[in-house]
Write a protein that binds this ligand. Structure first.
Ligand code: PEP
Ligand code: MG
Length: 754
């Protein structure tokens, strides 16, 4: 039995070896001797990866003539099996195991029992450490753990000596793991290829053997304290962002972060002489191996959370705190994350970011809206993502099929390339429509505007031939900024957007912060239980009117000498609109007093995204110049279904009678009042949904730039009158599956639904 004392003794002796000035080979020879001594085994051997094969590099007990001669491929024999699975193995009777491969040159006939562990670096097996005993015996868990500890130290030694380089290890891992296909939910359409980069990179442990155990213990205490503080503050923010599953995960984090057992196990590992980092990794390796044998999906997920947390603790300890964005992307990248905020996504270098894969995610979460605007395909709700994908793996995101191809085989890469050509051809066809009107076959004209929010977005106006910007989300500037953007910066952005738009209209929406758009410097007074329905958007803006006044002045000045279009978000009752408009109007006097010019005209609009407002349209409509239906929020409030909650992501259909009837009601009321209506939610950017909207009388859409081409193609291939008639009948007959009906009719009509 190897008790803590013996483990400590092994590490003490390894420490001396590591510190010695002998050559790498001599060090390996010393290590096998120490292992055999301390474990009382007749044999101890080290196999290392060389040219894709596992080569016997050092042994105590087997024939020395086999060193650098005996070689096994990945998956071959017990050693190859351990390397391939990256799992420890122990057997009382090795020869009875189906994977046993007899190697006469080693002289191993006399040994019955066998135990081996992988030597791992950056999630790749770079070798195997094995012991053999003459007598058949079972190995105790502490013995396996002692071997694993030695393997960690060996990993440091091997890397330091340059015996196996990282690239070689990664290649071997990829070759040996083989391709995999994971399913997910298409959140932003498109295909992309690149290397997996984790948003929160895994920490690589550089030092395993401690110089000073007391100091390591203290480092751990400090790191735990910091981690607990972080979790507590994230819990606070989660109240604000209200992001569904996110909260559950934080609860689990919190449970583990305060779990005495976990901290104790890490401390025990430190007691044996490991650094705090190595001790965490040591404990985590055991958790991971247990994870693989658990069937219960709930428990597995919780253990993945613990893995995540261990990585956080490692990041704190090692000071490697930056995200992949801050470290900079190198080449074509597929970003891998559990979830992201819109601001986090915007930090990435657009030239290299080709795609995003998330374990969570939902269609109308703001990060997805941002990704859509950036033209970056996103696949969400990919289960087992972190279990299947390692950093550096080649990935293909196939949005159309809702699939992630991991380490794709050559044939898959070929079909990806074919898909790209096809997509490019389709894009060319859409580009050819750029200057043609969005006119249906039977002569109905649809205004196609685009949604925007960042300075660079306006360039898409010319590229797509959009009729203007129907929704400019001004809060994006606040989201990407570490501090509150001052008036000058706001004004500069608005001027720039207006200049790019030229004669085309731009509708500026005043800041809509809150819900899943959190801004740290404004979160002070946001302690809502349910932030989507809390102190957000216009409520926050009217409450902190200083903010709104500054924005109003920035808008008024930016639009001097031309028409200014302002729209207010999240209005629940008409008086809120009146108050917001009065607030803007009051700023005019100030601008004039300061000697600045005013816009020639100001048009005020209201977003319709809170169901209550629909009941008072008769009061609202006479007050406004235009309205815009925000289906993202309207749907979430109509169905009482959090738009950011991945579990609800595909539960409600935009083509359900409730939504279509409510929009039809708005359209009819607005038409009677002679007020133009736009639909600016994500719904309008999907061809079938847009067709449904047109069929209920919507004549203006504001959509993501990438959707302009496909939607225009759809409009130009549709005969609207018969569809409008059919739609009214379906909506009046409850129980009709409108999606199926519309799809069938559209196919029969030959409507282009890309
Ligand atoms: C909406 O709610 O539909 C909308 C367009 O606004 P946002 O997505 O920014 O909340
Ligand atoms: Mg909204």
């Amino acid at each position: 039995m190897v008790a803590v004392n013996a483990a400590r003794e092994i590490l003490r002796r390894l420490h001396d070896v590591m510190a010695g000035r002998t050559a790498a080979q001599a060090k390996l020879n010393q290590v096998v001797k120490i292992v055999a001594d301390e474990l009382g085994s007749e044999v101890a051997s080290i196999y290392l990866l060389r040219d894709g094969m596992l080569e016997l590099f050092a042994t105590q007990g087997l024939a020395q003539s086999a060193v650098h001669v005996t070689r096994l491929s990945m998956g071959q024999g017990l050693v190859g099996t351990i390397a391939r699975s990256r799992e420890a193995m122990s057997l009382a009777e090795a020869k009875a195991h189906p994977d046993f491969a007899y190697r006469p040159e080693t002289g191993e006939d006399d040994f019955h029992s066998f135990a081996g562990v992988p030597i791992v670096r950056r999630e790749s097996a770079i070798g195997v450490l094995a012991v053999q005993h003459r007598e058949p015996r079972d190995y105790a868990e502490v013995e396996i753990e002692a071997l694993q500890t030695v393997a960690m130290v060996l990993s440091e030694l091997i890397h330091g000596a340059g015996l196996v380089d990282d690239a070689q290890a990664a290649r071997a891992r990829a070759a040996n793991s083989g391709p995999a296909r994971l399913n997910g939910l298409k959140l932003v359409d498109g295909i992309a290829r690149g290397q997996a980069v984790f948003h929160q990179p895994r920490v690589v442990i550089e030092h395993t053997v401690a110089e000073d155990t007391d100091a390591e213990r203290e480092r751990l205490v400090t790191a735990f304290r910091q981690m607990r503080e972080q979790i507590d503050s994230m819990m606070g923010q989660a109240e604000f962002t209200g992001a569904g599953d996110h909260h559950d995960i934080l609860e689990t984090y919190k449970m583990f972060a305060y779990d005495e057992g976990w901290a104790r196990r890490i401390n025990e590992a430190i007691e044996t002489g490991l650094t705090a980092e190595a001790a965490i990794e040591r404990v985590q390796a055991r958790t991971r191996s247990r994870m693989r044998s658990i069937d219960d999906p709930y428990l597995r997920e919780r253990l993945t959370d613990l893995d995540d947390l261990a990585n956080r603790l490692l990041r704190i300890l090692s000071g490697q705190l930056s995200t992949a964005a801050q470290m900079g992307l190198q080449g074509d990248t597929i970003l891998v994350a559990r979830n992201l905020g819109p601001a986090e996504l915007l930090e990435y270098d657009k030239r290299h970011l080709k795609g995003v894969v998330l374990e969570e995610g939902s269609l109308t979460a703001h990060v997805i809206i941002v990704a859509r605007a950036m033209g970056v395909p996103v696949l969400g709700r990919v289960h087992e993502l972190f279990a299947q994908v390692a950093e550096g793996d080649e990935l293909i995101v196939d949005g159309g099929n809702g699939a992630l191809l991991v380490r794709p085989a050559a044939a898959m890469i070929k079909s990806y390339q074919a898909m790209r050509v096809l997509k490019a051809r389709q894009a060319e066809q859409w580009a050819r429509l750029r200057d043609l009107p969005a006119l249906s076959k039977d002569g109905h004209s649809i205004a196609l505007m685009m949604n925007a929010g960042l300075a660079g977005d306006a360039a898409a106006l010319d590229l797509t031939g959009a009729d203007g910007i129907g929704l400019f989300r001004t809060e994006f500037q606040f989201l990407v900024s570490a501090t509150l953007p001052r008036r000058e910066r706001q004004q500069a952005l608005y001027s720039q957007v207006l200049a790019s738009a030229g004669a085309r209209p731009v509708v500026f929406r005043t800041i809509d912060i809150g819900g899943d758009k959190s801004v740290p410097y404004l979160s002070g007074d946001n302690e809502d239980e349910n932030p989507a329905m809390g102190w957000r958007a216009l409520r926050l803006a009217l409450g902190r009117s200083g903010l709104m006044k500054v924005q109003a002045r920035a808008l008024l000045q930016a639009a001097a000498g031309q028409t200014l279009r302002i729209m207010f978000p999240m209005i629940s009752e008409p008086w809120e609109f009146a108050e917001a408009r009065a607030l803007v109007e009051a700023q005019k006097a100030l601008i004039v007093r300061q000697g600045h010019a005013l816009p020639t005209e100001i048009q005020y609009g209201a977003m319709i995204e809170v169901p209550a407002l629909i009941e008072t349209l008769d009061v609202l409509l006479p007050m406004v110049d235009f309205v815009s239906v925000g289906t993202n929020d309207l749907t979430q409030f109509l169905f009482a279904a959090d738009r950011a909650n991945p579990r609800l992501a595909d539960r409600y259909d935009w083509l359900s009678p409730a939504i279509l009837r409510v929009i039809r009601r708005i359209v009819r009321a607005a038409r009677d009042a002679d007020v133009p209506v736009t639909v600016c939610g994500e719904m309008g950017g999907r061809p079938l949904e847009a067709l449904a909207l047109m069929a209920i009388g919507v004549e203006r859409l504001s959509i993501t730039p990438a959707a302009i081409g496909p939607i225009k193609a759809m409009v130009r291939s549709a005969n609207l009158a018969p569809l409008a008639e059919a739609m009214n009948l379906w909506l009046d007959a409850p129980g009709t599956n409108i999606r199926t009906q519309l799809q069938t009719t559209a196919t029969l009509q030959g409507i282009a639904l890309a």
